[in-house]
Design a protein around this ligand. Sequence first.
Ligand SMILES: NC(=O)C1=CN([C@@H]2O[C@H](COP(=O)(O)OP(=O)(O)OC[C@H]3O[C@@H](n4cnc5c(N)ncnc54)[C@H](O)[C@@H]3O)[C@@H](O)[C@H]2O)C=CC1
Ligand SMILES: CC(C)CC(=O)C(=O)O
Ligand SMILES: [Mg+2]
Length: 358
Amino acid sequence: MHKKIAVLPGDGIGREIMDGAIKVLDVVARHFGHQFDYEFALIGGDAIDQEGTPLPENTIKVCKTSDAVLLGAVGGPKWDQNPSHLRPEKGLLGLRKELGVFANLRPVTCFPDLAEASTLKMEIIKEVDLMIVRELTGGLYFGEPKGRQNENGEESAVDTLFYTRREMERIIRKAFELAEVRRKKVTSVDKANVLETSKLWREVAEEVSKDFPEVKLEHMLVDNAAMQLIRNPAQFDVIVTENMFGDILSDEASMLTGSLGMLASASLSDDGPGLYEPVHGSAPDIAGQNKANPLAMILSAALMLKYSFSMNQEACAVEEAVQQVLKGGYRTGDIAQEGTTILSTDEMTQKVVEYLET
Ligand SMILES: NC(=O)C1=CN([C@@H]2O[C@H](COP(=O)(O)OP(=O)(O)OC[C@H]3O[C@@H](n4cnc5c(N)ncnc54)[C@H](O)[C@@H]3O)[C@@H](O)[C@H]2O)C=CC1
Ligand SMILES: CC(C)CC(=O)C(=O)O
Ligand SMILES: [Mg+2]
């Protein structure tokens, strides 16, 4: 197959880990007889510096004319004091909206060889296999009004949590479709004891569930969900939730796998190209040091193979190579354990490539 992939490395460790994903995809292409053409484009702080905007028109065009989009990460202290329209994160939110990728899938699976690096006991995490389905193009990050005011010397700020029934329905339906071919359980996470949006969310979840009689639906308040993820993560199959709750819960859930540097994601629309990015950010504290864990980015590329190109065998080969590297005792600093070999970002990529080639 011949595929065009838009590549947006972004800022900080985004550039370092993207290099790893491309090297791995090149091996996949060679081995399985595909051709992947990459078109690079600017986003985030890099785009602000070069083009004066976090999401240049050309980047949108490159993404929309590609079969899939790979993104590293955006942001960093250099741009933290910028006005909100010139923040790198604005570019990422804008791209998600432009592509209509409302469904953000964040699989959380236990890597047995990393169990010790997890914050929890092996008995608790070995059964972990859950999927966080996060609404990605609505909610608090997008709602209007949004902004700062100063009326008669009284400063204030506002963000708006707004969802239409249609936006809720399509993401909840996606969660049920996924659960149907998994362990048939959806946990809808909200704050229905306080928020109007959550009350409507619950109603919609109940309605959608009628179309999936084999899937069990449970509702859970988000504060309890944050606790249950640590207490007993194996109880979850598919978690569906709104944008900000999903953002926070997925960073928490990453520690079940051992590190934020292990968690991949796929963002899907109804038709256009999917967007694939690690769950983590640009990690300014380790950027430029060749220390970042490239596995979340590499596993995001595997999700691209699976969801956008239907290359299941190829995706499995990448996931298997990652498993083998971990089994071989190779680690980046974030997942280091006693007796393991600590590798740089580039060396870790090279190990995955070696296992893929054997
Ligand atoms: N999707 C994106 O582009 C995202 C961007 N951000 C942006 O990134 C910048 C930094 O945000 P933070 O809150 O520090 O979150 P972060 O996710 O960048 O880093 C949090 C912690 O995890 C570590 N970490 C993250 N990825 C890692 C990896 N692959 N290997 C090893 N360690 C890793 C970092 O070193 C840091 O200690 C901010 O500007 C933020 O807005 C944050 C989250 C997502
Ligand atoms: C710009 C942020 C919303 C990015 C983020 O933290 C995420 O998508 O996980
Ligand atoms: Mg996040």
